[in-house]
Design a binder for this molecule. Sequence first.
Ligand SMILES: [Zn+2]
Length: 467
Amino acid sequence: MLLSRSIALALAVASAAPVSVAAAQAASSNPTASLLADLIRVNTSNPPGNTRGIAELLAPRFKAAGFDVQIIPTPDTGKSIIIARLKGDGSKRPVLIAAHADVVGVEREKWTLDPFAGIEKDGYVYGRGAIDFKGGMAVFARAAMELAERKVPLARDVIFLAEADEEGGGGYGTAWLAKEHWPEIDAEFALNEGGWIMKGNDGHVRYVSISTADKLTIPLTITAHGTSTHSSMPRPDNAIFALARALAKLSAYETPLTITPSTRDFFMALSRTSTPPMSDYFRDVVGSDAARARRADSVVSRDPLLHALIRNTIAPVIINGGFRANVIPGSAEAMVNLRLIPGTDPAAIVRDIARVIGDTTIHLSIGSRIYEASPESPRTTDLYKALERAARATFPGAEVTPYLFQAGTDAGAWRSKGVPVYGIYPYPIDADDLTRMHGNDERVSITSLQEGTEMIYRTLVDVAGRK
Ligand SMILES: [Zn+2]
């Protein structure tokens, strides 16, 4: 997630008193919050991303609730995957709810409390993964367990999955799982992380965005070549200078607006929940008047998240070149992370980049990617409609809109096989909560966990319950 730097800085100077472990261990009265605290206490920072503890924690609870439970080991003994299936009558194909069990690491010294203690404080659960995505895992698991506890008759199986290696760094993510264990995770459609339940300044939910597609991540390597020689005799064909010139041109380049139907709907929802002039900019940026769209783009794109939703993005991430102080290297390279709107031809954007650089001695090469681009998941399925209805019932007055997720998730394992996947972080959050995701003092409110569990429970009853 890309977040406002000013908010991050404001947070960095704010501090709270450390909380004792005794307080952390106090059980919550809310079952979702209590489960989340337990999940946070299993440190699954990736790397190494040891998720076996999550499978071992959840297995007895799902078994006790009447689920068929399977723990799938991976060749990495630290990493296990858990699948818990609540059986329906088989008249409809299963619905899958998936949550990654690994989390990103922490900068421990920047936290004001223990990121792996599962601390409840002032109405929040704190800890790494509170939002991304152990909070979602707790909500999905509790909603599914409630189906069992209330003995809701089911027309289809409800499959809960806690997968590994979503946050990078390992090879046992959903691509591996789909290759080795497809029958266990095959479903008519699936729910994963993705869109937001966003609160406004007044604390009310403004909109619920349900992601129907992710951007496609593609690594691009830009290589400049020159004569490798003694640094006392520099030549005009210096590889590092050539690479720097290429990157300077790229830094001044902005990709054109590329608006998908979901993005158009999302910005119209933003427009309806905003006041002028922003409401006009949100409408204009996805409108057909090119001049107005350009003007709106210049304002809307000051927000890095919104900027990324309406275009392909180009971000240099690693530079390599040279190895000794007295040697001019024969080559220098930059690794660039491309994030493409679904439907973009990767070869076309590479041609654009080559044109912008305008130097035929610079070599461009696209790296391999885990998934091919998959089409947007349709809004006509029973799952999408159930999510829409549940969102409207749980958050009256909120706009409900599809959404193109600006980053990537592990949903490609299903979408690439034609299984629709919808994404949501299932709890109302505000901009402050969002800043802490992948950051410091990550947290989610207990009320939000409760409301999210209610929304997902309603969704599952609607989509899987026998009518
Ligand atoms: Zn995540």
